[in-house]
Ligand binder design. Structure first.
Ligand code: 5GP
Length: 191
């Protein structure tokens, strides 16, 4: 007999300072494992030139974000570098019910909320090789102003200090090695 109800999927939380290379790691990971689902967050941050609404984020106004929050539509949310970010609950719950492994790429405050509301989630922290290298990466991607970069670096110090709260820590020194470590962290938790 075929089971019609799939086993619930896994929730994977990936956190790490802005500029650490989470985006690149996630893109490569999805290419290798197309069955992985990545949650699309809502944000009040304006889109960067390379970003598409509904693909990279749902870009929303502050009143729209507040309405989602009031209606209980967000699994978690945070203010980061002057903008709001949050995870829409409904699509995530649907994917988990379908048995998917779902990845949330979120900052520290949100990761802590998920730990409270969904303790089964596996939490992975991506570290830079050094603060100097993180600063170099933030400048070289050329996406943020000097003021925004300074804000992100200050935030990075706070986030890195909390890395030990996470189940797994990966130093993103070498892309290939980090990807292998990420695969191990994700797939050793999904049987
Ligand atoms: P960025 O503006 O560089 O795209 O993202 C800034 C920070 O917000 C990153 O650390 C990213 O992981 C985090 N972030 C993105 N989406 C969410 C979300 O839905 N919730 C929370 N808490 N953080 C998010």
């Amino acid at each position: 007999m075929t089971l019609s109800v799939p086993q619930p999927g896994q929730l994977i939380v990936i956190t790490g300072p802005s500029g650490v290379g989470k985006g690149t790691l996630l893109r490569q990971l999805r290419q290798r494992h197309p069955a992985l689902a990545v949650s699309i967050s809502a944000t009040t941050r304006p889109p960067r030139p390379t970003e598409t609404n509904g693909v990279d984020y749902y870009f929303v106004s502050v009143p729209d974000f507040q309405a989602m929050l009031q209606a209980g539509e967000l699994l978690e949310w945070a203010e980061f570098a002057g903008h709001y970010y949050g995870t829409p609950r409904e699509p995530l719950v649907r994917l988990i019910e379908q048995g998917k492994t779902v990845i949330l790429e979120i900052e520290l405050q949100g990761a802590r909320q998920v730990r409270q509301s969904y303790p089964q989630a596996r939490h992975i922290f991506i570290l830079p090789p050094s603060m100097a290298e993180l600063e170099r990466r933030l400048y070289s991607r050329g996406q943020d102003t000097a003021a925004a970069i300074a804000q992100r670096l200050a935030q990075a110090e706070t986030e890195i200090a909390a890395a030990s709260e996470f189940d797994v820590q990966i130093v993103n020194d070498d892309l290939e090695k980090s990807l292998t470590a990420l695969e191990t962290a994700i797939f050793s938790s999904t049987s």
